[in-house]
Structure formats: C-alpha cells, structure tokens
Design a protein around this ligand. Structure first.
Ligand SMILES: [Zn+2]
Length: 101
C-alpha cells in the first residue's frame, strides 16, 4: 500500500533500525516504547489486520518471538497484537515487550 508507513519501512523508503529480518518479517524498535524492550514484528507483505493473516504467518511470528527471547536472554516477555482503535497502523504487526519497570 502506497501510504502505509510499515510498507515504506519494509521497502526501505523510510529509515528504521531493522534489528532482524526473515522471509516474511522485519523487526524494528517501537518509536513509542511502553517497555525497555519493545520491538515490532511486522509482516513484509501488507496484511491489514489479524483477520486476514494466514495461519502460517502467526506460527512464524510466534517462533520469531521465541528466537528474540533467546537472543535477548529474557525470562519473560509479552507478545501482543492490537485490534480496533488500538491498531495505530493498519498493517499487521506484533508487539514484543519485556523489561517493564
Ligand atoms: Zn502496509
């Protein structure tokens, strides 16, 4: 989608610190973090929301979250997907959060 900020980040038209990249996802820091560790796991293809996500994408996002947990040596983390008005960008993404205090 032309006016989608996440699509532009995926296409490198907007600069972002890409922490990790797989065939179907990129991982970037949230620009408005709610925790010391707050990453966004964003689909490379434009999927407008969870309703339209293929099951394999959800499994892959979960595995990516578990990889991040290992890489960052975290005992616990929150893995969140927003819906409705909480969805600030209408492009499927998961919040990976840890180190709350
Ligand atoms: Zn998009």
């Amino acid at each position: 989608m032309d006016d989608c900020i996440f699509c532009k980040i995926v296409k490198r038209e907007i600069k972002a610190e890409i922490k990790k990249e797989t065939d179907n996802f990129i991982v970037i820091p949230d620009i408005k973090p709610s925790a010391k560790t707050h990453l966004l796991i964003i689909t490379k293809n434009h999927v407008s929301d969870l309703k339209f996500a293929e099951d394999n994408l959800l499994v892959e996002a979960k595995n990516l979250a578990l990889d991040l947990q290992n890489e960052l040596s975290l005992d616990e983390f929150q893995f969140r997907v927003n819906w409705g008005k909480l969805l600030e960008v209408n492009h499927l993404h998961f919040h990976f959060m840890a180190n709350f205090n």
